[in-house]
Design a protein around this ligand. Structure first.
Ligand code: G1P
Length: 285
């Protein structure tokens, strides 16, 4: 039996230029879907997967994320005094019970692969998970990462979450090709539609071997001149098996305005407090 998945790496050092000016002074991962920031939705999904340690890979100007998971003494004391106990609980459990948070800085924006490599001193040479909080996966049954960790626990299989995308969108994703047994045999970052090996795209959930760190130290700048996680994984495909995980639920690309709006509508419609009136109002639009 291999080691269990204890850590999730959340690379959050990016600038979030697509949401400027909203993200001038707050990190894009702090944008809320309904009443929870994207980063918290990711941490909650990791918690459901049984993960104990959250490793944030941050940059300057991302302090709000650390503060969100820390104690806010004044706020907690005020809520307690006013008897707002449900709210107090929500504030106290932004980092779910039993989870710890570690923070490491990515000194330069050299790419997703480089960001993941920055977490090596904390994760060690262990299998671990990576989540990209921009990709919000709404799965009311369980959770995408929980299913991937279960697959790892049962079959020792590393995996990448995937979904079909239109061919004209392949240049926004890492794209995989599979062999007859369904194993990933090739992976390329942001291929143009005419050269993409398939239309099966990787979305932001990965269960990876510790060996990825060594591989990432060897990777040369790839698409966009960046050290790509995709290239690190591609270099391991001959020695390690990676499975595509076709997740349940719906993935919203909350790094785009359309996906972000759709996620808010989906959660808004299900909200016990405002869902019905929101649905009624939406019909009038
Ligand atoms: C990153 C990865 C890419 C993956 C995508 C999923 O790209 O590099 O392989 O398909 O996330 O959202 P980014 O969206 O950061 O450009």
């Amino acid at each position: 039996m291999r080691a269990s998945i204890q850590s999730v790496v959340l690379p959050v050092a990016g600038l979030g230029t697509r949401f400027l000016p909203a993200t001038k002074a707050i990190p894009k991962e702090m944008l809320p879907v309904l009443d929870k920031p994207l980063i918290q939705l990711a941490v909650e999904e990791a918690h459901k997967a049984g993960i104990k340690q959250v490793v944030l890979v941050t940059s300057a100007s991302k302090r709000a994320i650390e503060d969100h998971f820390d104690v806010n003494f004044e706020l907690e004391a005020t809520l307690e005094q006013r008897g707002k106990l449900a709210m107090l609980d929500a504030v106290k459990t932004t980092l779910p019970n039993g989870m710890t948070l570690a923070v490491v800085r990515q000194p330069k924006a050299l790419g997703l692969g480089h960001a993941v490599l920055c977490a090596q001193p904390i994760v060690g040479n262990q299998p671990f998970a990576v989540m990209l909080p921009d990709d919000f996966i709404d799965d009311t049954q369980g959770g995408c990462l929980a299913d991937m960790v279960a697959l790892y626990n049962q079959e020792q299989a590393y995996s990448l979450a995937v979904e079909e995308v239109p061919r004209d969108k392949t240049d926004k994703y890492g794209v995989v090709s599979l062999n007859e047994e369904g194993r990933i045999v090739a992976m390329v970052e942001k291929p143009k539609p005419e050269v993409a090996p398939s239309t099966l795209a990787v979305v932001g959930r990965y269960v990876l071997p510790g060996a990825i760190f060594e591989a990432l130290t060897e990777v040369k700048p790839g698409a966009g001149g960046e050290i790509q996680l995709t290239d690190g994984i591609a270099s391991l495909l001959a020695s390690e098996h990676f499975r595509p995980h076709r997740f349940k639920g719906v993935r919203y690309d909350c790094g785009s305005k359309l996906g972000y709006l759709q996620a808010n509508v989906a959660l808004g419609l299900r909200d016990t407090e405002v869902g019905q009136s929101f649905a009624a109002w939406l019909k009038t639009q």
